[in-house]
Design a protein around this ligand. Structure first.
Ligand SMILES: Nc1ncnc2c1ncn2[C@@H]1O[C@H](COP(=O)(O)OP(=O)(O)O)[C@@H](O)[C@H]1O
Ligand SMILES: Cc1cn([C@H]2C[C@H](O)[C@@H](COP(=O)(O)O)O2)c(=O)[nH]c1=O
Length: 223
């Protein structure tokens, strides 16, 4: 029986890498899949991983209809066994409904990958609908880490190096962006709530050498 699986987490936790690995493994066993993505950092119609692999994919737009995409391919004699759907947070709720219909009525596995919440800790529309509809939700095993060493659970946006909590929901960017542009950093919830990024934490807490204290005395991780 086909399934709708949602692999979710923060930015930079390995979702696109897993998407490419899953595609490789299914493809290697003779299954026929189609890759979709939306607003990948590498540009339109690309699915890229920070580990260096980047492949062609179909760019999802507001008018993309997943039901029609699968039916059209099958009408032309192509077997569609599974869909890889990266950056699924950017899909519309209606498109996630189409994905569920593709699973249930057309027996196609759908593997969706995306960040759950935005820089304000609010659910993206696509992720919200996936949480509502998915047969299973998987949190990736490789933990993204906050600067304090705790598991990173939230995404912070920085503008000119300063964390912001207002702005457009969608701004394509990376976790290693230049300080003078829009960038992102993954944080634990506590440090997201305190708006304490690695840069502001360093500024607030001078180095142990400066203070003449032992590393264990550094209170940054308890902030
Ligand atoms: N130079 C590197 N060496 C080893 N692993 C790396 C390197 N750069 C990135 N990674 C791994 O890649 C992960 C990010 O993968 P990616 O698929 O691009 O993430 P996501 O799609 O979730 O944003 C990082 O969490 C890290 O584990
Ligand atoms: C938190 C947040 C992120 N984005 C963008 C930034 C990136 O382009 C993608 C996430 O890609 P990744 O492969 O998971 O790193 O989403 C955004 O537009 N708005 C946000 O609030």
């Amino acid at each position: 029986m086909a399934e709708l699986a949602f692999f979710s987490g923060t930015m930079d936790c390995g979702k696109s890498t897993l998407a490419l690995q899953m595609h490789h493994n299914h493809d290697a066993r003779g299954r026929d899949g189609v890759l979709f993505t939306r607003n990948d950092r590498a540009g339109a119609a690309r699915l890229s991983s920070r580990l260096g692999l980047s492949v062609d994919a179909h760019e999802v737009g507001d008018t993309t209809d997943f039901w029609a995409e699968v039916v059209a391919r099958r009408t032309h004699g192509r077997a569609v066994d599974y869909l890889i759907c990266d950056e699924a947070q950017f899909y519309t709720a209606a498109q996630v409904d189409q994905l569920a219909a593709v699973v249930d009525e057309l027996d196609v596995d759908v593997f969706a990958f995306g960040i759950t919440t935005d820089f304000r800790t609010r659910l993206f529309p696509g992720s919200a609908r996936l949480v509502e509809l998915a047969d299973r939700i998987e949190v990736l095993q490789v933990r993204a880490l906050c600067w304090c060493g705790a598991r990173a659970t939230h995404n912070a946006r920085t503008v000119d190096g300063v964390m912001v909590v207002e702005g457009e929901q969608v701004v394509v960017g990376d976790v290693e962006a230049d300080a003078d542009t829009v960038g992102y950093e993954v944080l634990c919830r506590r440090h997201h709530r305190h708006r304490l990024t690695s840069v502001s934490a360093r500024a607030a807490s001078p180095s142990p050498q400066t203070l003449g204290v032992l590393p264990d005395d550094v209170p940054a991780a308890r902030a």
